[in-house]
Structures are given as structure tokens and as C-alpha cells.
Ligand binder design. Structure first.
Ligand SMILES: O=c1ccn([C@@H]2O[C@H](COP(=O)(O)O)[C@@H](O)[C@H]2O)c(=O)[nH]1
Length: 273
């Protein structure tokens, strides 16, 4: 039987020494000049980032926004296959969900990747085809890291609690197969702690450390759940790792800096566990 996504993440946390998710967001404007002539610069960039960081990565998290064009989709396919070749699971940050036939189509991407982020706004039926994929991880947006996350998610409900707390409780009822996690940002550590208290068993994807200045200590303290006696959950940094080499000179130094940034984050998280 194939191991489920969270089991594979727990394995990676053990083998790499931490819950680091390396975000593969190859902004075309920031891809270094020395890769500009490549047939698929985003793929060339990601390949080198994967080479430099995989030994510290519990997962890679490409954001679909950086691949939604024909060349981008090819770059994503190459990237996913290469990450899998290094035995690292891939979480596609796509924030999907829609009505029945559309969401069934969206969920087919789970044939290629190991987990996905989804948007709970349209309710359970909009997520069902994702939830049905027992061996795949489904991370439900709960309390996002952006400044405007508070506008809707912190809204107080008439019967008590906030929208994000309601989402956390609902998502835990969608977890029949043990494949549901939550997205909770490191930029709001109090909310992160509150969600952990509400749903002690759900693993979180915690974005917002690094470039967004979130709280790495809170990310690791509250982001991880325990499953079969093992830590499971992911703390993501994208720009803070992949563009760490921007002020270096030469290709080797550029990607060494990414590897160092991933290792630094791993060590920083380890000191707080
Ligand atoms: O609440 C959220 C949900 C998703 N993200 C995504 O994570 C990365 C963060 O990138 P950084 O460069 O480390 O800031 C990016 O893909 C976001 O779309 C998030 O930041 N917050």
C-alpha cells in the first residue's frame, strides 16, 4: 500500500532533520541572467534550487501562479519529476475549489503532485474530489499570512468565534482519511496558537517565515502535529531561500546561498522544537 502524504512528510522530517518546505516560486523577473538563454529558464532555475536544497527539504511547494502558461506548465512537470527523483514530496499551492464538474477536473492534478492547497469558501462539495484522494494531502486555507487575511477570516460570528476558527473546526470534520491539513500563516502567531488549540491533530502548512517576516518560533511550535508519535507539518519559505543568492556572483555561489538558506532555516526551526 502507498504511504499517505503525511506519512511521507513525517519520513522526510526525520531524514532531513526538520519541516522545511522550500517554495518554488521562480518569478521570471528574478531568474538570474545566466539562465536567461535556457529553453525553460524556470525549470533550469528550479533544477538547481532542488539540487542545492533537497537534503534540507521535507517538501517542495511550487505556487501554481508561476507556471500558468504553456512553458510554465512544462517547467512545472519537469520540476515535479525531478523533485520526485530526489524522493521529496511536492505540494502544489494552487488554492483550488469550484462547483462539482470543475473541481473534479481541478483535482486531476493530484495524479501528478502529492498535495494541494484548497479554498474552503465554496464548502465541502467543492473540495470532495480532493478529499477523496486518500493518499494525497489537502491543505485548507484557514488563517492566511497576508495583511488582508484579517478582513474576512477574523470576522466574529454571531454564535461566537471567528471565521478562521469555524474553518478549522469544519476542516477537522472533513478528515475521514487523515489527509487534511490547514494553511495558517506565521505572521499572526496568536491566531496560529489559537488554531492549534482548536485542532491539535491537524498538520499545518505555515507560510510567511522569511520574506514576510513571520515568527519562525511560533511556526514550528504550533505548526507541527503528532502522528504515530512523529512530527508532521511544514514551515514554508520561498523567496527567502530561492533568491538568497541574489547578491552573490557566479552560478555556484548563487545556488550555494539557497542551500545555505534552507539549512539555516532548518536549524532555526530545530532550536525551537
Ligand atoms: O497564507 C498564505 C498562503 C500561501 N502563501 C504562499 O506561500 C508562499 C510564500 O512565499 P514567501 O516568498 O516565503 O513569502 C507563496 O507561494 C505564497 O503564495 C502565503 O504566503 N500565505
Amino acid at each position: 500500500m502507498t504511504a499517505g502524504f503525511f506519512e511521507r512528510v513525517a519520513d522526510r522530517i526525520e531524514s532531513t532533520g526538520g519541516p522545511v518546505s522550500v517554495g518554488l516560486d521562480p518569478d521570471p523577473e528574478r531568474i538570474p541572467e545566466f539562465l536567461a538563454d535556457h529553453d525553460l529558464p524556470r525549470w533550469a532555475f528550479n533544477r538547481r534550487i532542488i539540487d542545492a536544497t533537497h537534503e534540507h527539504a521535507a517538501a517542495f511547494k511550487p505556487n501554481a501562479a508561476f507556471y500558468e502558461d504553456p512553458d510554465g506548465w512544462r517547467a512545472l512537470q519537469e520540476t515535479v519529476a525531478y523533485a520526485h527523483g530526489k524522493d521529496v514530496p511536492v505540494l502544489l499551492d494552487a488554492k483550488r475549489a469550484d462547483i462539482g464538474n470543475t473541481t473534479r477536473q481541478y483535482a486531476q492534478v493530484l495524479d501528478d503532485v502529492d498535495a494541494i492547497t484548497v479554498n474552503p469558501y465554496m464548502g465541502r462539495d467543492s473540495l470532495q474530489p480532493f478529499l477523496d484522494r486518500e493518499d494525497k494531502g489537502v491543505f485548507v486555507l484557514c488563517r492566511t499570512s497576508n495583511p488582508g487575511g484579517k478582513h474576512l477570516q477574523d470576522h466574529e460570528l454571531a454564535d461566537g468565534g471567528t471565521v478562521y476558527e469555524h474553518v478549522a473546526r469544519l476542516a477537522s470534520t472533513w478528515n475521514e482519511h487523515g489527509n487534511v491539513g490547514l494553511v495558517v500563516g506565521a505572521t499572526t502567531p496568536d491566531e496560529l496558537e489559537a488554531v492549534r488549540d482548536l485542532v491539535p491533530d491537524l498538520p499545518f502548512l505555515v507560510p510567511g517565515v522569511g520574506a514576510q517576516g513571520g515568527d519562525a518560533e511560533a511556526a514550528v511550535e504550533f505548526g507541527l502535529a503528532e502522528r504515530d508519535g512523529r512530527d508532521v507539518g511544514l514551515v514554508n519559505s520561498s523567496r527567502g531561500i530561492i533568491f538568497a543568492g541574489e547578491n552573490t556572483s557566479g552560478e555556484k555561489a548563487y545556488f550555494d546561498a539557497a542551500g545555505d538558506a534552507a539549512k539555516r532555516l532548518k536549524r532555526r526551526l530545530a532550536t525551537h522544537r
